[in-house]
Write a protein of this length. Structure first.
Lengths: 394, 242
C-alpha cells in the first residue's frame, strides 16, 4: 500500500539518516567494506607466511649431530642449515625459539651398524599457530627420504629389489578443482554478506522506533491524520533500503578485492562473474525484508535505544549458526533446506562460489520462502504499533 | 468545538480517569486544571484520539473520534506532553514533515510555515537543525508543526511547562490571537497563574474525576475563596481527605 504518508515517512527517514554521517560511516561503509578487506588481509598474510616457510632455507637445531655423520651430509646436501642448541629441546619449542628440534639418539650409530631401526627424536608443538607445521613436515620428509634411500641400498646389497617393499601403490585422483579449492577460502562470504545486511539495517530499525519513542517524537507523529500502518510501513521500507544498500556495497567491495586474493600462489582460482553476483543479490534481497522486520519487532519491545541495541546485537549471531554449520559439516543439499531462510542463502552462495550449477527450483524456493516469512514478520512489525502499550516509554 | 462525554481509562488496577466530561467551545480558551498525576495527560490523550477511552465519547466538530480517529485528528492541532523534534532536520523541515502528513500541498506548507515562523518569532532559528535548541525554541517549533494545517481545534498539554517569561508570553499572545480568530482552544495545566491569565472556562480534575466546572469568577464564588489557588485547593480537598 503506497500512500502519500508512506512516501513522506520513507523519504524523511532516508534523508535524516543520510545526514548522520557518523552512523552512515560506521554502519553502511564499515558493514560493507570491513569484511572483504579483513578477509583479503588474512588470506594474503597466511599465504605469504606459508610460502616463506616452505621456500626459505630450513634452519634445524640438531642435538648430537656427531653420532650421525651420514645423515648430516644428507641434510647439508638438502640445503639445511644445522644449528646447535644451548638449551633443552623442550624449552626451545616452548619458548618458540624454533618450530622443530632434532635429537640424534646416542645408540644411533650402533643401531645403524647392526641394521636395526636407528632412533631420532623430533620435537615440535602440533598445536603451534601459523606455518610452524610446514617446517615439521619438511624435517620429517627429509628423514623419511634418508631412511628409505638407505633401506633401498641395504636391500640392493643383498640382491633384493627394493620394489618388494612397495606392496600397494596409491595413485591420487583429487576431484577438487582449482575453483572448489578457492571456494574453501571463501567459506566466510555468505556470512559477510548476511552480516553486512543486518548491520546496515540495524541502526534505522532502532532509531525509527525505539529511538523515536525515547526522543518523544513518536506520539506527535502518530497524531497526524494518517494510519499508523502507513507510518510504520514507511519506516520499515527505509530500514530495509539501508540493509540493501549495505548488501550491494558488500558485493561491490568483494568483487573489487577479488583480483587481489593470492589464488595463484595457493594453486587455486576463483572466478565470480557479474551474473553470479546477481544471483547472490536476488537470493539476499528477500532476506533484507526479513532482517529489517525482525530488528524492528525487537526494537518495538525495547524501552530505550540502548536496550534495543543490546537485543538486536545478540540477534545478529543467529545468522552465524547456519554459516558455521556449513563451514564445519559436510552437508548434502536437499530441496527442503532451501525453504529455511539464512540456511538457504548460505547453501546457494556456497554453491555459486564452488562453481556448481544451482537449479531454478532451488533459487525460486529460496526467494519465496524467505520473502513469505519476511513479509509475515513485516506485517507483524507494522501492526505492533496499533497496540496502545507500544506508544509510551513511561 | 470539542465535546467530551463521560470518558474513563484504567491501566491495570489503576483507574486513571473516571467519567470525565467537558465542553470546549469555539472562540474560547478552556483549561483542564489539575495537580500532577490528576489524569490530565491521560484525558488529553483520549481527547486527541491517541488512545481509546473505555467508556464514553469524544466528538470533535461533530466527528466521533472512536469511529473515525483519522478524520477527528485532522480537525485538531495537538501539542502533546511528548514534544521531541527531529534534531537532524531544521525547524522548517520539522514543520514541513507534519504538513505533508496532514496532506497539505507544498505551496500551502511553505506559506503557512512562513506565517507561523513570523508569528511565533522563530525567524532567527527557522533554518537551523534543531539539535541544541533551547527549551523555548523547541516548544515553538513543536507548536508550529502541530498547527501547520491551521486546525479549528487546538489542544495543548502543559504548553508553557519549563519555559522562561519571554517564551511564555509569546505563546500566550499567540493563543489569544487564535482565540480571536474563533478557534477552540483546550489546554491542560497545573499552573494557576497561567490558567488565571488566559482561560475563559476551567474544568478542575483531581484523581481522575471532575471536581468543578466554570469560569474563574464562578469557581471563586463556589469555593468562597479570593484567589484561584485557594479555590483549587478547596475544591480538590472538599471530598474530605485533607
Amino acid at each position: 500500500m503506497i500512500t502519500k504518508a508512506f512516501k513522506t515517512v520513507f523519504f524523511k527517514e532516508v534523508m535524516e539518516n543520510l545526514r548522520d554521517k557518523r552512523t552512515l560511516m560506521s554502519s553502511v561503509i564499515m558493514g560493507s567494506f570491513m569484511g572483504p578487506l579483513f578477509a583479503l588481509g588474512m588470506i594474503s598474510m597466511t599465504a605469504q607466511m606459508g610460502k616463506e616457510k616452505a621456500e626459505k632455507q630450513l634452519e634445524l637445531p640438531v642435538i648430537n649431530m656427531q653420532f650421525a655423520q651420514n645423515l648430516e651430509k644428507h641434510l647439508l646436501s638438502n640445503d639445511v642449515k644445522i644449528l646447535t642448541l644451548d638449551k633443552t629441546p623442550e624449552a626451545a619449542i616452548k619458548d618458540k625459539d624454533h618450530d622443530v628440534v632434532l635429537e640424534i639418539d646416542e645408540s644411533f650409530s650402533d643401531a645403524m651398524q647392526a641394521g636395526t631401526p636407528a632412533k631420532v627424536k623430533v620435537y615440535y608443538d602440533a598445536s603451534a599457530k601459523g606455518a610452524a607445521n610446514v617446517s615439521v613436515r619438511r624435517v620429517k620428509a627429509l628423514i623419511n627420504g634418508y631412511s628409505s634411500s638407505i633401506g633401498a641400498m641395504r636391500l640392493q646389497l643383498r640382491g633384493v629389489s627394493p620394489n618388494l617393499m612397495n606392496v600397494v601403490k596409491i595413485e591420487n585422483h583429487d576431484q577438487a578443482t582449482s575453483q572448489s579449492k578457492g571456494a574453501q577460502l571463501m567459506l566466510f562470504l555468505p556470512y559477510f554478506l548476511i552480516m553486512g545486511l543486518f548491520v546496515g539495517s540495524m541502526y534505522l530499525a532502532i532509531d525509527t522506533t525505539a529511538g523515536e519513542k525515547e526522543r518523544k517524537s513518536l506520539e506527535p507523529l502518530f497524531l497526524n491524520p494518517v494510519s499508523r500502518t502507513s507510518i510504520l510501513s514507511g519506516k520499515l521500507a527505509a530500514t530495509v533500503s539501508f540493509g540493501l544498500l549495505t548488501l550491494i556495497l558488500t558485493l561491490i567491495a568483494f568483487k573489487l578485492t577479488l583480483p587481489f586474493y593470492p589464488m595463484k600462489k595457493l594453486g587455486m582460482s576463483l572466478t565470480l562473474g557479474l551474473d553470479d553476483l546477481l544471483v547472490m543479490l536476488v537470493v539476499l534481497i528477500p532476506l533484507a525484508v526479513l532482517a529489517g522486520s525482525v530488528q524492528t519487532i525487537i526494537a518495538a519491545f525495547s524501552k530505550s535505544f540502548r536496550e534495543a541495541q543490546t537485543y538486536v546485537s545478540v540477534v545478529m549471531f543467529i545468522p552465524l549458526i547456519p554459516s558455521m554449520l556449513l563451514m564445519f559439516m559436510p552437508i548434502k543439499e536437499k530441496l527442503w533446506m532451501y525453504a529455511i531462510p539464512i540456511l538457504n542463502q548460505n547453501i546457494v552462495i556456497n554453491s555459486i562460489i564452488r562453481g556448481e550449477q544451482i537449479g531454478a527450483a532451488a533459487i525460486a524456493l529460496t526467494v519465496l520462502a524467505t520473502l513469505i516469512l519476511g513479509l509475515a514478520l513485516a506485517w507483524f512489525a507494522v501492526r505492533l504499533y496499533n497496540k496502545e502499550s507500544m506508544l509510551f516509554t513511561d | 468545538m470539542i465535546h467530551v462525554d463521560q470518558i474513563s481509562k484504567s491501566f491495570g488496577e489503576v483507574q486513571a480517569v473516571k467519567n470525565v466530561s467537558l465542553t470546549a467551545e469555539d472562540g474560547k480558551i478552556t483549561a483542564l486544571l489539575g495537580a500532577n498525576g490528576a489524569g490530565k495527560t491521560t484525558s488529553m490523550r483520549m481527547i486527541y484520539a491517541l488512545i481509546t477511552p473505555e467508556t464514553g465519547h469524544v466528538t470533535v466538530d461533530g466527528i466521533d473520534s472512536k469511529n473515525d480517529p483519522v478524520a477527528a485528528r485532522a480537525r485538531m492541532g495537538v501539542l502533546p506532553d511528548a514534544r521531541g523534534l527531529y534534531k537532524r532536520l531544521t525547524a522548517r523541515e520539522n514543520i514541513a514533515y507534519f504538513g505533508r502528513l496532514q496532506g497539505m500541498s507544498e505551496s500551502d506548507i511553505q506559506r503557512r510555515a512562513d506565517e507561523l515562523i513570523e508569528r511565533l518569532g522563530m525567524s532567527k532559528f527557522a533554518d537551523r537543525q534543531t539539535d541544541g535548541f533551547s527549551q523555548g525554541q523547541r516548544v515553538k517549533v513543536a507548536i508550529a508543526r502541530a498547527l501547520v494545517h491551521d486546525p479549528q481545534n487546538i489542544l495543548l498539554d502543559e504548553p508553557t511547562n519549563g519555559l522562561d517569561v519571554m517564551s511564555t508570553r509569546a505563546i500566550r499572545a499567540f493563543l489569544r490571537e487564535e482565540k480571536a480568530r474563533g478557534k477552540c482552544i483546550l489546554f491542560s495545566s497545573h499552573v494557576m497563574q497561567e490558567v488565571s491569565a488566559v482561560c475563559d472556562e476551567i474544568t478542575v480534575v483531581d484523581a481522575g474525576v471532575v471536581r468543578a466546572v466554570g469560569s474563574e469568577a464562578q469557581l471563586l464564588e463556589m469555593s468562597g475563596q479570593h484567589n484561584l489557588e485557594d479555590a483549587f485547593v478547596h475544591l480538590v480537598t472538599q471530598g474530605g481527605d485533607a
